[in-house]
Design a protein around this ligand. Structure first.
Ligand SMILES: [Zn+2]
Length: 218
């Protein structure tokens, strides 16, 4: 459900007035409106989301992020698939696949898989952990703004779900050629895909407004 933010001229309010929010796309000023959980406020001129009230509280989101981190560790520490062909068994983790791509002179693909399947999701989850822990402690430390900017920049590069789709297609195709046994990492990747969908739907910009209401943090 969405709620349009109330349009308003700047009137006598100063530029630093917390009641005002500027549209990041068209610069139109709006007055902040109270939102219920799950609601979004959009710019009346261009429709860009200005404010969003998440379904999840910070402590619930931190629990989801920790669960996603555990799934991430399992997904990368264990084999994704085990192939059995004529008595020989081979298995590989995602990192093994990246190293194999690198050794086979496909460095660009190896770097892309590493960045989109490993680095971006891990950096996103670690940054979210630090931000949520700070909010729950009632603080807004110096790294708060840089981490928020980092999340905004790396989110478009996280493509675990694309990787997951590729693994499932490969699994179906390989099942005609060899006996394919799904590994622990495959189930962990499925859990990670679902958890990441929830984590990525959380707009971390709303965290700016939470510390002020807790323990009077600056
Ligand atoms: Zn706008």
């Amino acid at each position: 459900m969405t709620a349009g933010a109330e349009a308003s001229p700047p009137a006598s309010a100063g530029p630093a007035d917390d009641r005002l929010v500027a549209c990041p796309e068209c610069d139109r000023l709006h007055v902040r409106v109270p939102l219920r959980a799950g609601e979004k406020a959009r710019c009346v001129r261009c429709g860009t989301v200005l404010q969003s009230a998440p379904y999840w509280r910070p402590d619930q989101m931190l629990a989801l992020v920790m669960a996603a981190l555990i799934a991430f560790l399992l997904a990368n520490a264990c084999p994704i698939l085990e192939l059995r062909v004529q008595g020989s068994i081979s298995s590989a983790t995602l990192l093994d696949a990246v190293l194999t791509l690198w050794r086979e002179d496909r460095q660009l693909v190896a770097v892309l898989v590493f960045a989109t399947g490993l680095l971006a999701p891990l950096a996103d989850l670690l940054a979210m952990t630090a931000l949520l822990a700070a909010v729950l402690a009632g603080r807004r430390p110096a790294y708060f703004a840089p981490l928020l900017r980092l999340i905004q920049q790396i989110r478009p590069w996280g493509m675990i779900e694309v990787l997951m789709l590729g693994v499932l297609v490969s699994l179906i195709k390989l099942s005609h050629l060899a006996q394919v046994v799904p590994g622990v990492a495959l189930w962990a990747f499925i859990a990670l895909t679902v958890l990441l969908a929830v984590v990525l739907s959380y707009d971390p910009r709303c965290l700016w407004e939470l510390p002020a209401g807790r323990k009077g943090a600056a």
